[in-house]
Each structure stands twice: as structure tokens, then as C-alpha cells.
Design a protein around this ligand. Structure first.
Ligand code: NCD
Length: 343
């Protein structure tokens, strides 16, 4: 595996399988049954120049759960980039302070530019409409766990990706990651103007997957295994697009009616979150809350073991986890409802 995690392009099927195996070994730590200090003394620089809750906090928590410490900076306003500092200079400076760096930035390619100036492992936490590889890994980990529970297999699965497939970086990374596996059926449903970039469709088709493009959810999806919905990334729209985009219509909403009428009891619903719950957004509907098919919070829970696995692998302590395990000493309340990951 490359010293950085910037794009799914650097991952082979073997390196992905390795990361998922390491993530499974992290589950007792993620569920607070055991602690490890395998990264004791290491410092993470967590640099977020775009809005984030789960990616920033879960990278932070994952590093802490391995025994490391975290230095955070959030937004341009409070960083020297507001004074005109280049990505190169910031990268060189941070390399003197940190043992690993996670960065989110609004421009595609910016995290790679930052990584080129440092010897310290850099993880792309989202570069504009580019990629979000750690999200794709936790999405794949979730699909794998849900399929195991349901007795399904990834080979031949039918997966629907819907919403903003043009600017949604999570689906860009996810479709590349899925394409490393045995042939499956991928249905892509996007509003006009927000379709998946054609080079990504060509890539997955060239790897033997069946790709179907549709502009509506109004069809039979009774053989669907996963519906992966995404938020409309309005913050990436040009002025002209913002003026012309009337909002996502009701027809694109994944809700209980859609799931009950068109899908099956074993179709799982995923979303990278956040979902836009404001009236008229027509994002993933809250009426599915509490439905066991809704996997979104199991998905966010899975972010911890997967991000721990990424750090452990990049910092080469992935073979030392068991050696360092101890039981937790604090009180951990019982939790495991339908929404929680079953670690
Ligand atoms: C996504 C992102 O930032 O790309 N969120 C996340 O990291 N889980 C999706 C989004 O913002 O819509």
C-alpha cells in the first residue's frame, strides 16, 4: 500500500481485504471492551478546511483509541492559509509536528498536492468533488457485514447509487472500490445534470460490471440489495446551476413507501450522511428511522474500526494490536439497538 491514502486508485483488492480484516480486529476496541496503546506517543494532525462532523470526529476518535493524540484545525479562518500560506508550506510545517495527517479541502487534487510535500502519511478526508477513500472503505465494510448477516454475497449483488453522483465524492470512491470485486449490477439514478462522470462509468464497465443509468426511481427494484443515497452537494454548484436547480423532486426520495413498494425486506439503505432533513430537500426520509433496513448509523459506527485500521496499516502497527490489548476500566453502557453496529 502507498504511504498515503489519497485515492482508491492506490488500493489493490488484496490491500482492501487486508484493511477490512484489520478493521474486524479493531471491533473490540471500537465497542469499548478493550483498549490498546499501540500508537502511544504518536500525534495526528487533523486539518479540516470544509464542514465535517463524522469524518473529523471519527478520525480523531480512531487515532485516540489507538493510544495517540490529535491536533485539530478547522476552517481557513483559523489557519495560516487565511494569510496566504501555500499547501506546500503548510505541509512542510505540519510534517515537523505530526506522525500522520488527515486533510479535507474544497479543491479537487489539493490533498494530493499537500501530500507531495511531506514524508508523513496523509489521508484524504475529502478533496472537493474528488474522492473520499476512507468513506468508501467503511461503506464496503458495512456492505460486507450486512451481507454476512443476511446471508448474501457481493458477487452478483445489485447496488443502486442515487442522488448527486456528479459532485458526491463518496460515490466516486465507492464505485471504484466496488469495481475491484467480482462482477455486480450497478444502477445509477441521478437528476439531470448530476450524473456520474463518464470516466468512472467506463472504468467499472471495463472491469466486467453491468452498469445501468436511469433518471428516475420509478421502477421495480425487488432484487435490490443496497440503495446508497447521497445529498445534493449544492455548495459545489456554479452560480448558474444554483439558479437553475429547482431542488430535488419528490421522485428521488428514498422513504418507507419506496422501500415497501419497490424493494424487498432485505434491501439495506445507506447514506454517507449528513442527510439534509430540511423541508423540501427530499433527501433520505426520516420515516425510515428505526427500520432495520436503515443501515446509516451502523455505517457511521463502522467508521471507527475502519479508520483505526487505516492508521494502524499506514503506521505499520497492524501486526501489534493483539499484543497490546487490555480490558477497559471505565463503565460502558449497554447499547446495541437496531441502529447500532453489532461489534
Ligand atoms: C460526505 C462528504 O463530506 O463527502 N460526508 C461524509 O464525509 N460522510 C457527504 C456529504 O457531505 O454529503
Amino acid at each position: 500500500m502507498s504511504p498515503h491514502l489519497l485515492s482508491v486508485d492506490s488500493l489493490s483488492r488484496d490491500s482492501v481485504d487486508h484493511l477490512l480484516r484489520v478493521a474486524a480486529r479493531m471491533e473490540p476496541i471500537a465497542s469499548r471492551r478493550q483498549v490498546t496503546r499501540v500508537l502511544e506517543g504518536a500525534v495526528l494532525g487533523n486539518l479540516f478546511f470544509e464542514a465535517s462532523t463524522r469524518t473529523r470526529v471519527s478520525f480523531n476518535a480512531a487515532f485516540c483509541r489507538l493510544g495517540g493524540s490529535v491536533c485539530d484545525t478547522t476552517g481557513f479562518t483559523f489557519s495560516s492559509m487565511a494569510k496566504g500560506e501555500s499547501l506546500y508550506d503548510t505541509s512542510r510545517v505540519m510534517s515537523g509536528y505530526c506522525d500522520a495527517i488527515v486533510m479535507r479541502h474544497p479543491e479537487q487534487g489539493s490533498v494530493a498536492e499537500f501530500a507531495a510535500a511531506t514524508h508523513v502519511p496523509v489521508i484524504n478526508g475529502g478533496d472537493g468533488p474528488g474522492e473520499h477513500p476512507s468513506q468508501a472503505l467503511l461503506d464496503l465494510y458495512t456492505i460486507d457485514k450486512e451481507f454476512t448477516r443476511l446471508g448474501k454475497s457481493l458477487a452478483g449483488a445489485h447496488i443502486l447509487l442515487t442522488g448527486d453522483l456528479k459532485y458526491g465524492r463518496t460515490v466516486h470512491s465507492l464505485i471504484k472500490l466496488l469495481s475491484l470485486y467480482d462482477p455486480m449490477r450497478l444502477t445509477l439514478v441521478a437528476p439531470p445534470g448530476l450524473e456520474m462522470p463518464s470516466h468512472l462509468i467506463d472504468l467499472v464497465a471495463s472491469r466486467g460490471h453491468r452498469v445501468e443509468l436511469r433518471d428516475s426511481l420509478a421502477s421495480d427494484f425487488s432484487d435490490l440489495d443496497v440503495v446508497y443515497t447521497t445529498r445534493i452537494q449544492k455548495e459545489r454548484f456554479t452560480e448558474e446551476m444554483s439558479e437553475n436547480f429547482a431542488g430535488l423532486s419528490q421522485d428521488f426520495t428514498v422513504d418507507r413507501t419506496f422501500l415497501d413498494a419497490r424493494c424487498s425486506d432485505t434491501t439495506i439503505v445507506m447514506h454517507p450522511l449528513p442527510r439534509d432533513s430540511r423541508p423540501g430537500a427530499n433527501d433520505l426520509n426520516v420515516d425510515l428511522n428505526g427500520d432495520p433496513r436503515l443501515a446509516i448509523f451502523r455505517q457511521t459506527d463502522n467508521g471507527i474500526p475502519v479508520r483505526m485500521a487505516i492508521f494502524a496499516t499506514l503506521l505499520r502497527v497492524d501486526d501489534q494490536i493483539e499484543r497490546d490489548l487490555r480490558p477497559v476500566r471505565w463503565f460502558v453502557p449497554e447499547r446495541v439497538g437496531v441502529d447500532d453496529a453489532h461489534f
